[in-house]
Design a protein around this ligand. Structure first.
Ligand code: PEP
Ligand code: MN
Length: 270
């Protein structure tokens, strides 16, 4: 792949998730834990001024002994609450057999870092979203090159699914101070190589909540099209990824903190 090729400007919109001149923020808990927990999390996202909520019902946990998510029940909780609050849902699909079910409850299907190279899943998701209003958020694999990540996206687009958003979520390096290393140069390189939008996940990259806001500012400056961040109404009690979750008070200030940076980049935070 030739990284010197011309910058493309024809950014795809993922059916409203990405809009020219804007910087999209998706926030919410790592995992749907219960009706009340997701309600508190989603309400905070709405109050913070955002339109997209995240939450996992099918969780790719490193250990089989960790909480695996509520599955279909979690999807129902998410779609009921997001419908009531007027939010759109981003949630992960791990198994090709669950695609139709996930599409019934969510507008954007996430393919997680651990599944970036699951080619049968990519092809099935691409065919499933073809001609629909659904989008796909494709995380970069923990050890994938930019080229491998873009080719993974092309598995989805070549199966007919145009609405793909790339997501840089940190790669594995020798540095133990953070959970992964956020590779912001990959955001810029990917945007030069494709016409797909690129968003940043500072939460999984950092693994610690105190770095999430500084990395979010950096993502705006690195020409990202948005963020997907984890937030929780009670991070200490979160069943998954509590250390990296923004508490509600921090989420409430996020839009105002990012606005001057976004304005400098000619974008509005939405
Ligand atoms: C997640 O978004 O909760 C998640 C598991 O992300 P990743 O696939 O990037 O680890
Ligand atoms: Mn998580």
């Amino acid at each position: 792949m030739d990284i010197t090729q011309d910058v493309k400007t024809d950014v795809k919109t993922a059916n409203g998730m990405i809009r020219p001149g804007t910087f999209r923020v998706v926030a919410g808990p790592c995992t749907v834990e219960s009706y009340d927990q997701f309600y508190a999390g989603a309400k905070a996202v709405k109050q913070a001024g955002f339109e997209y909520v995240r939450g996992g019902a099918f969780k790719p946990r490193t250990s089989p002994y960790s909480f695996q998510g509520l599955g279909e029940e979690g999807l129902k909780i998410m779609s009921e609450i997001s419908g009531e609050l007027g939010l759109k849902v981003v949630t992960e699909v791990m198994d090709p057999y669950d695609i139709e079910l996930v599409m019934e409850h969510a507008q954007i299907m996430q393919i997680g870092a651990r599944n970036m190279a699951n080619f049968p899943l990519l092809k099935r998701v691409g065919a499933a979203i073809a001609g629909t209003d659904h989008g796909v958020l494709l995380k970069r694999g923990l050890a994938a090159t930019v080229e491998e990540w873009i080719l993974a996206a092309e598995y989805v687009t070549s199966a007919g699914g145009d609405n793909v958003v790339l997501c840089e979520r940190g790669i594995r390096t020798f540095e133990p101070a953070t959970r992964f290393t956020l590779d912001l140069s990959a955001v810029i390189v990917a945007k030069r190589l494709t016409d797909l939008p690129v968003v940043v996940d500072p939460s999984h990259a950092a693994g610690r909540s105190d770095l999430v806001i500084p990395l979010s500012k950096a993502a705006v400056a690195a020409e990202a099209d948005g963020l997907i961040v984890e937030s929780h109404h009670d991070p200490q009690e979160a069943l998954c990824d509590g250390e990296q979750a923004l508490p509600i008070e921090a989420l409430m200030g996020l839009k105002d903190i990012l606005t001057p940076f976004a304005t400098a980049m000619g974008r509005e935070v939405i």
